[in-house]
Design a protein around this ligand. Structure first.
Ligand code: SF4
Length: 402
């Protein structure tokens, strides 16, 4: 029938339009003025699934596999406290009573506390399709009823492609609607995978500690130990804001240290091996864990894996028994911290990262220019010379091939 219809002169729409109303708005206006065509609905549904994945991943701090395996009905809300939470499976550390790995995962004892935006994304997904998993591999409602992908979760390998497609759509939309300034610029670090969302979340919480409070609880499981150390007991109420920020910053730094170590950062100094061990172990032990009790917080406060203190061109891998500086809060106290202002160059707790060595290079350059000043008094000159020799020795030791 195509040919006679096309030659009939009757107006023909290029698509079959859904009767779904356009309710989403941008700046108080409908996000589009035309109805959604049947042929574009599937692509838009996939983009919406990606948008929800970004919101859930970014604002919950969950791991990729945990997000992709969320199921319909996972959301709950406590009207008394106003807290939203999600129950789901964990895969990391999921083992049966014999210690065997459980590949299909295990339901976590503790739910994830989430913000309202994440809860909203979950409800959007529950309305978007009828499948059990919130992020299904197959989005078409009819296609592939016999497909092996049906009933399965979207594969993690596909997520960077989904995000790239989403970014491209946002860019096109911005250009088409005169919102070029809102287009998301290309990422200098390449394709975006969900693992980066966790770190970005921590970064934002540190700088806006009250902005994403449920997320902060998610990430701040360890921060409470700082509260214990800095502002009295856990029972004293809402955690001290400064300690809160400080601890989250530490958490972010731990993630960064681990990332750098994995990327091949070299560590030198007497505590180098301990540093590497602690960073790796702390990453595996603490990343993404939720605080469940005050005793839990206290355990974390004293955990030796977390006793790493970056300083000026040095890193203190703190072991109280070896410390040569004055300890803050006294010897024998499990919450003692090093006094880095009193750091001694011969301490066995010292380690140097590539970042520390870059800072040492900078210090050496400054000293060299000081030594070039012939008017400098002699004792000062000698002190500078001795310090420069020490810095050069540290740099040589760091760069020496094993
Ligand atoms: S002397 Fe320096 S390296 Fe040693 S414990 Fe104190 S701050 Fe850390």
């Amino acid at each position: 029938m195509r040919e006679p219809v096309e030659h009939s002169g009757l107006p023909i729409a290029p698509d079959a339009y859904l009767d779904t109303p356009i309710t989403g708005q941008v700046d108080g206006r409908p996000w589009r003025t035309t109805r959604i065509g049947f042929t574009e609905a599937l692509d838009l549904a996939i983009l919406l699934r990606t948008a929800c994945l970004i919101v859930v991943s970014y604002l919950s701090g969950m791991r990729t596999g945990e997000v992709l395996n969320l199921e319909r009905g996972c959301l709950s809300h406590n009207p008394a406290t106003g807290i939203w939470s999600i129950t789901g499976k964990k895969f990391k550390g999921a083992r049966d009573e014999h210690g065997n790995k459980i590949p299909e995962g295990q339901f976590r004892d503790d739910p994830w506390v989430i913000v309202a935006q994440t809860a909203h994304a979950v409800t959007v997904l529950e309305r978007l399709h009828y499948q059990r998993l919130l992020f299904p591999a197959e989005m078409h409602p009819h296609r592939g009823t016999h497909s092996t992908r049906r009933g399965r979760a979207r594969h993690a390998r596909g997520i960077p492609y989904d995000i790239a497609a989403f970014l491209a759509w946002v860019k096109d939309y911005c250009i088409a609607t005169g919102r070029d300034h809102e287009a998301i610029p290309p990422d200098p670090h390449g394709a975006i995978g969900t693992a980066r969302f966790r770190r970005t979340l921590a970064w934002h919480i540190v700088r806006k500690p009250r902005g994403l409070i449920a997320g902060a609880i998610q990430y701040g499981h360890l921060h409470v130990q700082m509260t214990l150390g800095y502002s009295g007991s856990y029972d004293s109420g809402f955690p001290d804001e400064h300690a809160y920020e400080d601890w989250l910053f530490r958490l972010e730094r731990l993630a960064e240290d681990h990332e750098r170590l994995t990327a091949g950062e070299h560590i030198s100094g007497p505590a180098a091996a301990t540093y590497i061990h602690r960073i790796n172990q702390a990453h595996h032990t603490f990343a993404g864990r939720v605080l469940t009790s005050t005793s839990h917080a206290h355990d974390m406060l004293t955990n030796p894996l977390l006793q790493i203190y970056p300083g000026r061109a040095m890193t203190c891998v703190f072991d109280q028994a070896k410390a040569l500086c004055q300890l803050r809060s006294g010897e024998g106290d499990v919450r003692a911290t090093p006094d880095q202002d009193d750091c001694r160059p011969t301490c066995r707790n010292l380690a140097y990262t590539d970042r520390d060595i870059a800072a040492l290079h900078q210090q050496a350059t400054e000293l060299e220019s000081l030594l070039g000043d012939f008017l400098a008094p002699s004792p000062r000159h000698q002190r500078a010379r001795a310090e420069l020799d020490r810095l050069h020795a540290l740099i040589r030791n760091h760069t020496r091939k094993p």
